[in-house]
Design a protein around this ligand. Structure first.
Ligand code: TYM
Length: 335
């Protein structure tokens, strides 16, 4: 069967973009039930950007409770923390040793960091770049290849990392002479590939423009009212495809509902009305999960148990596969 896998970095509070790009499509895929599912908390990835232990620890809890509140069934899915699978950093090293440095030089996140230094006239273009940031795509490749995932639901910002994972897999297969790794593919929902935030830029923790998934209704309403629009008046026909309000609506509504709102844009719906429509849609989808989230997060011990059971399940696959890979590269243990 196909293997579907995706992860969320535990550096903050999950937001609408995470839901639309990854969590929503991933949970929807489990309804079909015809694949194996691996969803995890990328907590080693969190250390790349964050050296605040309390923040990482709290975010792990928030991200786990978010998945569960949105309906993930840990019986049907392997649901675990990256850092509970020691085979992942082990595989990362094997992959690191066959990955060209030039490939990592091309990674968007690294290039952006270098560009920022160059733009600010810094003599050291690599200033502030850790080896963690630089080799981040190799750790992500290990996450994916460890479980031979074939389909990876992600937002557009992760597509390059998937291409790199394929490159690395092919290189390893070629060097060690067998199809150890399947080649993973990104599954990108085009409507939600880059969900915009409050200011119209990509919704991202680093831009401080996010709408967290489970803020109270009142706060959600306030955040929706802050989303930027242009200065068109009610009655003027409007372009849905350049509208953040429309894009957010589309990510949470059915195609039929979306078509109806598209029509209202043509008829010149006012921005105030559209904000009400969007708030009501979001609130109707999120009200139930929001309540479950509050209950879940109040019981960290239960979440911990669920994650540890998930890690045990994941390791029944990872441990024997890692033994096979060790043998392939010459690190076989005798006996
Ligand atoms: P992260 O934690 O930044 O984001 C988690 C997922 O949410 C998607 N996403 C968005 N989608 C649409 N619009 C947005 N504004 C938006 N913002 C975030 C991301 O594309 C991602 O799918 N490196 C990954 C985590 C990771 C991973 C993996 C993912 C680690 N190992 C293996 C898949 C497979 C990351 O930092 O995502």
């Amino acid at each position: 069967p196909a293997r579907i896998l995706t992860g969320i970095t535990t550096t903050g509070t999950p937001h609408l973009g995470n839901y639309a790009g990854a969590i929503g499509p991933a949970i929807a895929a489990t309804q079909a039930g015809d694949a194996e599912y691996f969803f995890f908390l990328a907590d080693y990835h969190a250390l790349i950007k964050c050296q605040e232990p309390e923040r990482v620890e709290h975010s792990r809890l928030e991200v786990a409770a978010t998945w569960l509140a949105l309906g993930l069934d840990p019986q049907r899915v392997c649901f675990y923390r990256q850092s509970d699978i020691p085979e992942i950093p082990e595989l990362t090293w094997l992959l690191t040793c066959v990955t060209a440095k030039g490939l990592m030089n091309r990674a968007h996140a690294y290039k952006a960091a270098v560009q920022e230094n160059v733009d600010s006239g810094d003599a050291d273009a690599d200033k502030g770049v850790t080896m963690g940031l630089f080799s981040y795509p190799i750790l992500m490749a290990a996450d994916i290849l460890m479980f031979n995932a074939t389909r990876v639901p992600v937002g557009k910002d992760q597509v390059q990392h998937l291409e790199m994972a394929r490159d690395i897999a092919q290189r390893f297969n070629y060097l060690f002479g067998a199809e150890f790794f399947a080649l993973p593919e990104a599954v990108v929902d085009e409507d939600a590939a880059v969900l915009a935030g409050l200011d119209g830029r990509k919704m991202s923790k680093s831009y401080n423009n996010t709408i967290p998934l489970f803020v109270p209704a009142k706060e959600l309403k306030k955040l929706v009212s802050r989303i930027v629009t242009n200065s068109q008046m009610p009655g003027e026909p409007k372009d849905p495809d350049s509208s953040t309000l429309f894009q957010l609506y589309q990510a949470f509504a059915s195609p039929v509902e979306t078509a109806a709102i598209r029509q209202r844009y043509a008829e010149g719906i006012g921005w105030g009305d559209m904000k009400t429509v969007l708030f009501e849609k979001l609130d109707s989808v999120l009200a139930g999960p929001r309540e479950r989230y509050a209950e879940l997060i109040a019981n960290p011990a239960a979440i911990e148990r669920t994650l540890q059971e998930g890690a045990e399940k994941a390791r029944t696959i990872a441990a024997p596969f890692m033994r096979e890979l060790r043998s392939a590269v010459g690190l076989r243990r005798l006996g």
